[in-house]
Write a new protein. Sequence first.
Length: 278
Amino acid sequence: MAARGNVSLASVAGSGPGGRIVKRDIEGYLAARAGTGAAPGGTRPGPPEPSVTPGTEIPHSNVRRTIARRLAESKFQAPHFYVTVEIAMDDAVSLREQLIRAEGVKISFNDLVVKACGRALTSFPTVNASWAEDRIVTHAGVHVGVAVAIPDGLITPVVRDANVKSVVEISREIKELAGRARDRKLKPEEFTGSTFTTSNLGMFDVTEFTAIINPPESCILAVGAVRKVPVVVDDQVTVGHRMNVTLSSDHRVVDGALAAQFLAEVRRLLENPVSLLL
């Protein structure tokens, strides 16, 4: 999932007073571009579902059984609540392009999100925590799971110590772990022990969704697509890159104000992404 460059306003015909560009002009221009066959934000449609014959029954795999049990336990035992924020990704788009040119590594927006979450979790230890019968357990390490689709469900390879690794290190590690996850070659210690999880459907042009917490964690961040939308800057309509993220939290551990503060820190880091390089 990628967002490539800004739309030149010189290409947009203004229909407002004196030829001024207004919101409907931007929306019409973006709709026309979408009609050329390029998916919004430079994304490509995902692969179709593996061949399944309608009317047949699909036996449960061990992986699917485990996923179903764990997610059902999470959904019905942990009282979920959801907080969504919109993040201005214009500077992140520019930084990503610079890193790709400078490092020769195809940095994804999710790599930046994982790094931002790792940094933010160090300031919010209760978000980086688990519920136990008689206590809340805060974790010393910041280990971010990254949801990866495999043929019979999801698996979450873990980026350990995501708070101290560089964006480039995180990018390389995620690609390597995701590749081995799809080949079913992960070691158990590579997909267990996460303290927080991210789930990204932006590559499928999903703008917003909610995710079920990966037990025994307290939170999971659902990440939508980076999209070009009309925005108002200094009372003028222009094109901006925006991304929605939704935090699912276990209300036994994380209260609404804490979830909002954590998301504000993630947003601050992504809107000032140079800080992620320090």
